[in-house]
Design a protein around this ligand. Structure first.
Ligand SMILES: [Zn+2]
Length: 315
């Protein structure tokens, strides 16, 4: 026992052991699950931040097979994950992977890009997202590597090279893809993708299913509510979120109503000089019966949401 421990320490000291064994030699073995005849999902069972346990795989990717190639929506937290996604795509189609869309600039949705660029794909996103990617990308590669104890290592960065306007339709392989901005609902530069014929919406982190909407300090709550109402009015049959299981329009309506109620209660509470924790108790008391059963994380996330909206009132 002692000897092996000493040996390990010695090896670590000279740099022979820099990563857990699984990080260097195990690849992701994703399976592509059909959503419809030409749309597939690769759903991460993990929620929360990249960690050693999930090896960085905490977000969903989707792909659409067209007659002219494959379009991939979001590429995961590392180049290695990107390679795993490519393998899953190859298991269902021989079409080349031609397009990648990044829903937004949060690194768990686009650091897999380089794997796709290596096989000839073009990366499409918004200019605003790319600016954030350029600012934060390298720092996050390093942070993810630390957080996952090396599992996401050796990720090269590949930025988008094509940019979407506020509302844009592209016909790719005879399929119409509509793109539109959330107007910073979740983060600056978010874009959603809509297949009008099949009524399938790809939401990135603007849309949620099992968990409450993911708010970030750069997100705009009123614009998120407007976007959710817009998406609900499209009457999608399938809703594909950036994290959690695919869902339907009821989740969108639920999220819009919840956010509207929380926004209103915080605003009104702030205006009548209530403290954030008083408002939180009121929110949990008033909305808990209805919404607690509908989310996996009602109490922890209302706390986060109320504090964030409260801070926005102060700003
Ligand atoms: Zn995000």
């Amino acid at each position: 026992m002692d000897i092996s421990k000493k040996t390990l320490l010695a090896l670590a000291a000279i740099g022979s052991i820099t990563q857990p064994v699984w990080a260097s030699n195990s690849d992701f073995n994703f399976s592509a699950k059909p959503i419809s005849k030409n749309v597939y999902s690769i759903i991460s069972p993990s929620y929360g931040r990249p960690s050693a346990e999930n090896k960085g795989w905490n977000s969903n990717s989707y792909f659409v097979v067209t007659s002219d190639g494959v379009l991939v929506f979001d590429t995961g937290s590392s180049q290695k994950i990107g390679k795993g996604i490519i393998k899953a795509i190859k298991s269902v189609t021989e079409q080349p992977i031609r397009w990648v869309v990044n829903s937004h600039s949060h690194a768990d949705h686009w650091l897999g890009n380089a794997a796709f660029v290596d096989v000839g794909a073009q990366v499409i996103s918004t200019k605003t997202s790319m600016e954030s990617m350029k600012k934060d990308g390298q720092g996050v590669v390093d942070a993810f590597s630390r957080m996952t104890e090396g599992a996401t290592d050796k990720t090269h960065i590949a930025y988008p090279t094509q940019f979407l306007s506020k509302e844009e339709t592209r016909t790719l392989g005879a399929i119409e893809f509509e793109f539109f901005y959330s107007n910073d609902g979740h983060s600056s530069g978010d874009v959603l993708m809509w297949l009008p014929k099949q009524r399938i919406i790809f939401g990135g982190d603007v849309l949620s299913s099992d968990w409450m909407p993911i708010m970030t300090p750069s997100g705009n709550v009123p614009n998120l509510i407007t976007t959710l109402n817009y998406v609900a009015n499209l009457k999608p049959t399938i809703v594909l979120p950036g994290h959690g299981q695919p869902t339907n329009v009821n989740s969108i309506i639920r999220d819009a109503e919840l956010l509207k109620s929380v926004w209103y209660l915080v605003k009104r509470g702030y205006e009548s000089d209530k403290k954030a924790n008083e408002i939180l108790s009121q929110v949990q008391h008033k909305l808990g019966d209805k919404y607690r059963p509908l989310y996996k994380d009602f109490d922890s996330n209302t706390e986060y949401l109320v504090n964030m909206i409260y801070k926005k009132q102060v700003e």
